[in-house]
Ligand binder design. Structure first.
Ligand code: ZN
Ligand code: ZN
Length: 237
């Protein structure tokens, strides 16, 4: 299934087409007019007519594309982390990345679920988790933050068993398909844009992150493998 489309992306595509067709239409019309004015003994009349018709057609198409912009549906959700509005075409059926804070917005039944704030016990940075969070690693210092659950149990990451002080390099070796999910996950993890991620996927193996703790490397390996990518992490020191 494709990622939920953003209204802004669709509007951009329609507008781009409208502008291109509009410019082409004006140019072709202008050439047609010039030819028509200087048609001489009629040898260019047919060509001038064709150009005029083509130009008019392009302008009509441009108008049609511009109209499509107004038909774009909007389903607004608000990022629970940074309160930025995210406009989608339809209700999302999966987590959506926020382009403002680059976090994944947890979605349940088409709506973002609320997130809970928690301070990191090591560096006091503000972190967030939702009911969908399995394990929470501090965004600043990568230490694991224990999160309390409704049932009173404290959830610990299954990756938190081994704690060493080495840092690791995370490399991506291969992937099955460059799915939207994989690209979105990489975008989120590496804070890159879509094109940068696609470019990166063409140059495997590639180093994704370096100098990260083992827990983070393990977590990302597991996360990316769920999207069909195989990763490898090696100690740096
Ligand atoms: Zn956000
Ligand atoms: Zn921290």
């Amino acid at each position: 299934m494709p990622t939920v489309q953003r209204s802004s992306d669709v509007i951009e595509a329609h507008s781009e087409r409208a502008v291109m067709a509009g410019i082409a239409g004006v140019i072709v019309l202008a050439i047609g007019l010039v030819l028509f004015v200087f048609r001489g003994d009629g040898m260019f009349t047919v060509l001038a007519m064709l150009l005029l018709a083509g130009g008019a057609g392009a302008l009509i198409y441009a108008g049609y594309c511009a109209l499509q912009v107004r038909k774009v549906t909007n389903y607004d959700i608000v990022c629970p982390y940074c309160s930025t509005k995210v406009s989608l075409l339809t209700a999302p059926d999966r987590d959506v990345s926020c382009r403002s804070c680059l976090r994944m917005i947890p979605i349940v039944d088409g709506k973002p679920i609320s997130v809970t704030q928690v301070r990191c016990g090591y560096c006091n940075a503000l972190n967030y988790y939702s009911d969908k969070t399995i394990a929470l690693l501090c965004e600043e210092c990568n230490h694991e933050i224990p999160i309390s659950r409704v049932d009173g149990q404290t959830s610990h990451s299954k990756f938190a068993v081994v704690d060493d002080d080495k840092t690791y390099e995370l490399r991506m070796i291969a992937f099955e398909h460059a799915t939207d999910d994989l690209i979105a996950a990489l975008q989120h993890t590496l804070a890159l844009n879509r094109n940068q991620v696609k470019q990166m996927l063409e140059e495997l193996p590639v180093t994704l992150l370096t100098g990260i703790p083992r827990k983070k490397a393990e977590m990302l390996t597991a996360q990316l493998s769920s999207h069909g990518a195989s990763c490898q992490y090696l100690p740096l020191n």
